[in-house]
Design a protein around this ligand. Sequence first.
Ligand code: KG4
Ligand code: ZN
Length: 352
Amino acid sequence: MIVLGIETSCDETAASVIEGKGDSVRILSNVVSSQIEIHKKYHGVVPEIAAREHILNILPVINETIEKSGIYSPRIARREPPLPRRGLKKIDAIAVTTGPGLITSLIVGVETAKTLACVWQLPVVAVNHIEGHVYANFIGKEKIKFPALILTVSGGHTMLILMKGHGKFQTIGETRDDAAGEAFDKAAKLLGLGYPGGPAVSKMAAEFKGTGEIILPRPMLNDPNFDFSFSGLKTALLYKIQKDKDWRKRVPEYCREFERAVVETLVGKAIKAARKYNVKTMMLSGGVSANLVLREEFQNAVAKIGVACHIPPLEYTTDNAAMIAAAGYFRARKKTFTPWQKLKADSNLEFK
Ligand code: KG4
Ligand code: ZN
């Protein structure tokens, strides 16, 4: 089955074509047009600007991904019927992120998917963005054993998800305030670093080679639940630098300790949950899973408890449409389609 994925929940305009067969998914093309450079000067995503950029980029990005995929191309700009030419495969379904995310950004992807579904007469799968991040782990993999535990860490979410099968999810823990990526972004701002904060903090942290004296808390690490809280960690960092008149000279050390505090908390809680729920597989997903220290610590800790470990390739950690198409394929297999007339963007879409 060939699936066209569309993702516009935040500041990346993305489209991808994948081929799903049985339990495996193969990428035919994956195009991401990032707006990072545009939002950098505002130290965060400006929704109005993001939406305008999505409108300008969405059709060229979809056209490019279809061209690159090598499937039959019902070119958007031409009046060609969507019939397969001999030997070329055609799109069987469209998968689009309907939420959660910025409503003005989501609407662009959703309305585009509706238009294409209506014109090309294709079924549509509504994909939850968080489910998309989870499925980044299924790209190019054969059978993954369930139950699996997924640590999903992005700019908007920090969750521990128990997955008992395709489409069978239970959230066993989540952040009570800031998401891990949001904490990185806020820490970067406090320390005068660039946007997005995660890569900036992590780059600076790698420059610190000493043992270090700064100690930040590991929030809720020893609590008897699987929830997280990162806003106190950011405040603890703020109080430390307010009391340290030389903090500007010690930015790499602050970054190293901040990164360690986030990583130790995330990995510690994930391992505790894996033990409690006796899972067979552990996975990492979301933009923060691009963090090299987190990837390494997670893999090492999972190896110690003798459970299978999957980490998405770097290109599928931050927002992309391949993961949306992959999640869409597993739902399309079960014919979980939404008539295009009923498709709706929902910024607070619940994950279940
Ligand atoms: O998944 P994503 O692309 O968008 C959301 O769904 O939120 O995640 C973006 C988040 C940002 O907060 C960014 O700072 C963080 O992921 N991030 C990182 C790294 N790369 C991206 N955080 C820590 N270390 C990184 N290397
Ligand atoms: Zn995301």
